[in-house]
Design a protein around this ligand. Structure first.
Ligand code: GLN
Length: 379
């Protein structure tokens, strides 16, 4: 078999989670909560199953859930979304991203990716025969170097991928970034993929700069979201994409022959749960408390925090503390100290190693305490 992805191995999340299990290590690697999700939501889904709502949902998503999604978008971002033409429910955020890239990219097209980047983007681009154009975010603040972006635009540029709050660094896009992006795409045929799976998980009073707020950008964008990240249910694998009707029509052509539609009872449950705005309004504060608690505990270690303004993640630098590369450090922390992080070089195609590791802090307090007690032994 001629591999379509010759340079791809098994994802860092799978590798590190397996290593954490094998060594009975506290897993602060792969981004998932270790506490229970809302019982009310579980009840709603169970009820839907017991009520016999167990057959195919419509291809684009359950209409009532698409309505709720449109209401949430209007409530948060002041945008009018047509629930029947502009929203598609997907089996997870990563699937929505893959589908959007596959909808847009043709062989030879260029797609701009900022690194460190969530690890699915580049393989998704390559499998479509397109070419990733890699731009490192400025270190250590992880902001977008817009002058570099301007210099990398060619007539082949088909897509710019943005991600805020950002995985793995927790940096967030500001109003000024939106203005820069606007100037770059204006009058071009460049599309935007906006990965906003951590939309609610934003801290310190900052406002999420969703592409949904900006009609001139939304008209060329696919905006991807995740209920797993939002409602602490990453194992459910449900997300959605919002775009404009003409773009969504093409997105659905790809989607319908891939998974066709998404788990019906979960969609019924989510629609019921979203009726109450409290289901999403306090999530930022809830997760910020975890970030703050983790950082407070981590002060007992010799690792140095980099700023995180959103997401599940907090990066720490160990520059000057160890000669090991970040992958080796992550393995050493797993095997010898019993805590598993993710090496941030795994999010760079060329393996750029700034001696930074990512921790997922969206965990029970006692998990964070246990992890930091172990990390404090690293001297
Ligand atoms: N988004 C999660 C993370 O960054 C992992 C998702 C996955 O394992 N595919 O940790």
């Amino acid at each position: 078999l001629n591999s379509k992805l010759p340079n791809v191995g098994t994802t860092v999340f799978t590798t590190m989670s397996r290593m954490a299990t094998d060594h009975n290590s506290v897993n602060l690697g792969q981004g998932f909560p270790d506490f229970e999700m809302s019982e009310d939501l579980v009840e709603l889904v169970s009820k839907a199953m017991k009520d016999g709502l167990n057959q195919y949902a419509p291809m684009a998503g359950l209409p009532i859930l698409c309505e709720r999604i449109a209401e949430k978008a209007s409530d948060l971002y002041g945008v009018e979304i047509n629930a029947s033409t502009d929203v598609t429910v997907t089996p997870g955020g990563t699937y929505a991203i893959y589908t959007a890239l596959t909808t847009v990219l043709e062989p030879g097209d260029e797609a701009i990716v900022f690194e460190p980047a969530y690890d699915s983007y580049i393989p998704n681009i390559e499998i479509n025969g397109a070419v990733p154009v890699l731009i490192p975010l400025e270190f250590p603040g992880y902001s977008i170097p817009w002058d570099v972006v301007r210099s990398k635009i060619t007539e082949k540029t088909k897509m710019i991928i943005i991600n805020s709050p950002h995985n793995p660094t927790g940096s967030v896009i500001r109003e000024d970034d939106i203005e820069q992006l606007r100037q770059i795409v204006k009058g071009t045929n460049i599309f935007i993929l906006s990965d906003e799976v951590y939309e609610h998980l934003i801290f310190d009073g900052l406002q999420h700069q969703s592409i949904l707020r900006f009609p001139d950008l939304l008209e060329r964008a696919f905006v991807c979201f995740s209920f797993g990240k939002t409602f602490h249910s990453t194992g459910w694998k449900i997300g959605y994409c919002i775009s404009t009707a003409p773009l969504m029509k093409e997105f659905r052509k790809v989607h319908q022959f891939n998974c066709f539609s998404v788990h019906t009872p979960s969609q019924v449950g989510l629609a019921g749960y979203l009726q109450n705005k409290d289901s999403y309004n306090n999530l930022g504060a809830f997760v910020q408390k975890k970030r703050d608690y983790f950082n407070q505990l981590m002060a007992a270690t010799i690792f140095k925090p980099l700023p995180s303004f959103g997401s599940y993640f907090q990066c720490y630098s160990y520059a000057g503390l160890s000669e090991l590369g970040d992958k080796d450090l992550a393995i050493m922390l797993t095997k010898q100290y019993g805590v598993t992080p993710i090496p941030v070089s795994a999010f760079y195609h060329e393996g750029i190693d700034n001696k930074v590791i990512r921790f997922c802090f969206c965990k029970k307090e006692q998990t964070l305490e246990k992890a930091v007690e172990k990390l404090a032994k690293f001297r």
